[in-house]
Structures are given as C-alpha cells and as structure tokens.
Design a protein around this ligand. Structure first.
Ligand code: SGN
Ligand code: CA
Length: 514
C-alpha cells in the first residue's frame, strides 16, 4: 500500500505533491489529502476486558464498543508495557518502554520535550487534539488543542485545564468529555486538515462513581464470582500475598459508598452535585447502607458483598463510557466522517474484577497485563476480524504514523499493526513480550517491582524487589494459581523463558536491575 512507502516528509503540502507524483505511476485511488485517514482514539481508564461483551463478558453488555469490534478488528492479546496509568500513556505517546521515555511510575513528570507521535502527525499537517484525562503532570505537547483533567480528575463537576486556565463544569465527567469532543469535531477543527482526536475518559477509575442516570443500572444484579475470589496466594510467595488490593480491603465509605450523613466523602461528593444528581444519589445509596448494616456481614461473606457492590458501581461507570463511544460513532456517521476515520477503543491497562481477590492492576498477571483493544478502519479492516497475536500499547504510535503515511522513527520500540489490520500474517511477528513494573512495594497497593516475559502460553516473572521468581504454564493454568518455578518437569520451559528474557532485555536495551 502506498502509505507505507511514503518517505518521512514533514509538511502536508510536500506530501500531497509526492502523493500526486506517485499517482502517475501507481494506480491507487486514495491519493489526495482528504483521503489521509482521521484518527479517533478513545481511551478509558482501568477498563477490564472482562467487562466488554465483545470479549464474552458475563457481566455487562457494551453494544457500542462491540460495534467497533463487529465493524473492525478485536485484538485478543494486547499487552501493556507497565500496567499503570502515567507509564502506559507515555508508552502510547512515544512508542517506547518506560526506561526509554523516562515515565517509570505515576510520580514522574512526563518529559514533553521528547519525540511523540502526535508531534510527528502535527508536523506532517495533521490537526491534533486531546480531551480528558492526561495524568502526566507536564502540559501536553504536540497538540493544537487540549483540555485536560488535573491529575486523576473528578467524576462530578470536573475541572478542565487549557493553556488559558482552569474552569469547572457542572455535570458528569464522561458526558462532559464526550460533549467537548463532539464540539471540537463539529466546530473547533479545521475541516481542511486530517485530524487526530484523543478522547481520554476518567471512568471507570477508582472510586467508581457512576453518573446519576446510571446509578441504578446494576443495583439489583448479582454477578458470578471469579474462581480465585478467595485466592490464598499459595505458591506465589509474598509478591502476591502482601499486595494490598483485596476486595475485603476496600474502603466501605469512599469505594463502596456505604456512608452515613456525616461521612466526609459523602459531603465532599454531594457538594459537587447538581440538585437533580444529589437526589438520585440519596435515593441510591441510603438504602444500600441500610441493607448493609442490617446484614451484619463479616469475613468471606463481607468480601462477597463488597465484590457485588464494587461491580455494580464499576459496571455503571462503564455504561457511561460505552454510551460515549456510541455518541462519537453516531457523530462520525452523521457528519460523513465515518468512512475515512480510524476508530480505536482501548483502556490504559487491564484491571482485576475480583480475580485473585483483587481490584486494581500493576501485576504482570493476565487481567492487568492485557487491555481491551478494538479498531475500526473502513475499507482496510475486514469487519468482525479477530487477532490473536501479541500486540501492545507500545505499537500504537507506530501504527498511527504508518496509517498517516509518516515514516516510523527507528528509535520507537514497537511495531506498526497496519499489516495485521490489513489481514496479513507477517511471519516474523513477535512471539514473546517483555514487561516491567517499577512503582514498587513501598507505594500504594504494595506491589513489588518486577519484570518478566510472556509468550501468551507461558509466563516468567521476576519480582526482583523481593527476590521471588514465578513461572506459569498458561495453557494448563490460565488463572495463574500454580507457580511451577523450580519444578523439574518445567525445567526446559524455565530455561527457555530465562533465555528469552535475557534476549529481550538486550534487544530493548533495558538497564540492569538490582
Ligand atoms: C489512585 C487510587 C489507586 C490507583 C492509583 C493509580 N487510589 O491513587 O487505587 O491504583 O490511583 O491509578 S484512590 O484512593 O485515590 O482512588 S492510575 O490508573 O491512575 O494509575
Ligand atoms: Ca489506569
């Protein structure tokens, strides 16, 4: 395809001339600037693939996200490089691992002076916009237009920062972010230029506060429990056992909204609500507290109850995200943009919905390593395709650059997904993937630093901060409950993965760890 063989020209004008020149010798129809694809990149925060019906969720229907999958491609093994917000976002922007882009954890301020894919698109004549969660501390660079939430942002009456200052907007964050995105598409962009619009939702991040309209959506449902809700962490040492992210450790007030009238979280939230929103919340949570107090649950029974409340709120937050996807897709249809716009839906990482008894992310275990990813690209992606190969948030920058006809810089560490999107089967596609989590046991949730390698069928993890190794045969043990490190029958697999870890560390130039 022509796009991939275009040289790295930096201005749209030069690229159009080149395209026209090439059109003399190449018989393709997509040779005008109007045909450069737009990119709508929608990302949520902490959306587990277990809560997407396109992935077979037993918990929720997500018809709009599913529509992208149905009309495009569903990726079944999209792994993140470092399963936490800031680092994932930095990897997406740079196409590089944390040790190359400097964003090791959520505490670091992103170095916005470095190369990012929005900057390269901008230099090539694209119009670039970002709306929603950013969480990288420094001001965005490479965007013609940006409106971001400060830090984690608020669910209700959120503040938005622009280069001109901060404003707070009454209402619910997912809806406001969507309205701002549609407003930008409708009236703020230059219709003569192709665009990149990144819409970054706060939802469904902790503390899982649903929109007033969605509060009751799941309140009467009872959800199946995952097999490892009462994981005893046997065979997985202190690395898993000492993490503080068990459902039973949730805060009843802020996490589960079991609050009485004087509760500080309740007071804080209610101050941010409109009168209508407040009435909906009171009607919703007051009976919850009454039922909880009447039940007097302790131990495992309390954990079971917490799990149900957690999922009710978490899924109701996703309901708003799925609605947002629907509104954005509708706008593309109504405006005539749909045919020439690549639509991506992804989360910044995966999330635990009770597996291993947990909420949150960070670990290299499957639920947080793997993130949902669906992509629609009319005319290019065969509708309803499913892609089982290992892909990563490391690949997004390269993919979008190639789709826009821009040469991928040699120092990016991922690989363009364009061949996979075209339905090709590259023989040299990656068979293994390197992961590294840096925040460490001293930080929130006490997950020790670790690195590892997975082939999708087997996984090796080195929790070097606490000196523990884990090895999983994912085919025999998909829930990762049985660490077989050091077992004689797995010695060949162990040796193979140790060698692969070493190979990947060298190829990716990862500095030594203690
Ligand atoms: C907050 C949450 C944590 C969560 C981090 C990082 N605590 O600190 O549970 O792991 O964000 O999330 S809370 O009490 O403030 O809700 S991330 O997605 O931004 O990386
Ligand atoms: Ca996140």
């Amino acid at each position: 395809m022509l796009h991939s063989c275009l040289p790295a020209t930096r201005t749209l004008g030069v690229r159009i001339v080149l395209l026209l020149l090439l059109s003399v010798v190449v018989d393709v129809t997509s040779l005008t600037a109007e045909n450069l694809p737009n990119i709508l990149f929608i990302m949520s925060d902490d959306h587990a693939y277990q809560a997407v019906s396109a992935y077979g969720s037993q918990l929720i229907e997500t018809p709009n996200i599913d529509r992208i999958a149905r009309e495009g491609m569903r990726f079944d093994r999209c792994y993140v490089t470092n399963s936490i917000c800031g680092p994932s976002r930095a990897t997406i922007l740079t196409g590089k691992y944390s040790h190359k882009n400097g964003q090791y954890d959520n505490l670091t301020k992103f170095d916005g002076s470095q190369q990012t894919f929005p900057k390269l698109l901008q230099e090539a004549g694209y119009q670039t916009a970002l709306i929603g969660k950013w969480h990288l501390e420094s001001d965005p660079t490479g965007f013609d237009y940006w409106e971001i939430l400060p830090g984690q942002g608020k669910y209700y009456r959120p503040e938005f920062i622009t280069s001109a200052g901060t404003t707070s907007v009454p209402g619910y964050v997912t809806r406001i972010t969507t309205d701002k995105a549609i407003d930008w598409l409708r009236s703020k962009r230059d219709i003569d230029k192709p665009f990149l619009l990144m819409v970054h939702h706060k939802a469904p991040h902790r503390n899982w506060a649903p929109g007033a309209d969605q509060l009751a959506a799941y309140e009467r449902q009872t959800f199946p429990e995952p097999v490892s809700l009462f994981d005893d962490y046997a065979t997985r040492g202190t690395a898993a056992g000492d993490a503080e992210m068990r459902i039973g450790q949730m805060r009843p007030d802020s996490d589960l909204k079991l609050w009485n009238k004087d509760n500080t979280h309740r007071k804080w939230l209610y101050e941010h609500l409109t009168p209508t929103e407040r009435a909906a919340w009171e009607q919703h949570v007051d009976p919850r507290l009454a039922m909880f107090e009447a039940a007097k649950l302790v131990g495992p029974e309390q954990t079971r109850w917490f799990y149900q409340l957690y999922l009710r709120d978490y899924l109701a937050c996703i309901e708003s995200v799925d609605d947002s996807v629907g509104q954005l897709l509708d706008y593309l249809d109504q405006s005539g943009l749909a045919g020439n716009t690549i639509v991506v839906y992804v989360s910044d990482q995966g999330f635990y919905l009770g597996e291993h008894g947990w909420f949150d992310k960070r670990f290299m275990y499957e639920e947080s390593l793997r993130t949902p990813l669906v992509v629609r690209w009319p005319e290019i992606v065969k509708p309803g395709s499913e892609e089982p190969r290992i892909v990563s948030n490391l690949d997004f920058a390269e993919t979008i650059l190639e789709a826009a006809g821009i040469e991928v810089p040699a120092d990016m560490q991922g690989r363009s997904l364009v061949p996979l999107l075209r339905g090709e089967t590259p023989k040299d596609w990656r068979n293994s993937f390197y992961y590294h989590y840096y925040e460490g046991a001293q930080r929130e949730h006490h997950v020790p630093k670790h690195e590892g390698v997975t082939t999708g069928n087997a996984k090796l993890i080195h929790f070097y901060e606490v000196g523990e190794w884990q090895l999983f045969d994912l085919q025999a043990d998909p829930h990762e409950l049985n660490n077989v490190w050091g077992q004689a029958e797995y010695e060949p697999l162990q040796r193979e993965l140790l060698a692969e870890l070493k190979r990947l560390r060298t190829a990716l130039e990862v500095p030594p760890v203690p």
